[in-house]
Design a protein. Structure first.
Length: 94
């Protein structure tokens, strides 16, 4: 589902204009982004019945260039993981 599809679904479900739905979606995404910025490595950001986001740290490692096969160094980085809540899994039939 694209962001436009999501906005249209919110507008239809909430019986509001697409402009109002777009503002609401932008506010929710903005709040999510703000909340995630405050999460430290290993920290968790839980959103009610949706699920939880966790910031994990990936260590530096050695990889291979697939074209030449020569080893390359891959820098350490952060990664975002999402774990859906049991209610969300149930709604999805999982």
């Amino acid at each position: 589902m694209s962001k436009t599809d999501f906005v249209e679904a919110v507008a239809k479900e909430g019986k509001v204009s697409k402009a109002d739905a777009k503002r609401a979606v932008e506010m929710v995404f903005g709040a999510l982004e703000t909340g995630l910025k405050g999460v430290k490595n290993g920290g968790k950001y839980q959103i009610g019945t949706l699920g939880s986001f966790r910031v994990t740290k990936r260590g530096a490692r050695t990889g291979r260039n697939p074209r030449t096969g020569e080893p390359i160094k891959i820098k350490a980085s952060k990664s975002l993981r999402f774990k859906p809540s049991s209610q969300l899994k149930k709604a999805a039939g999982c």
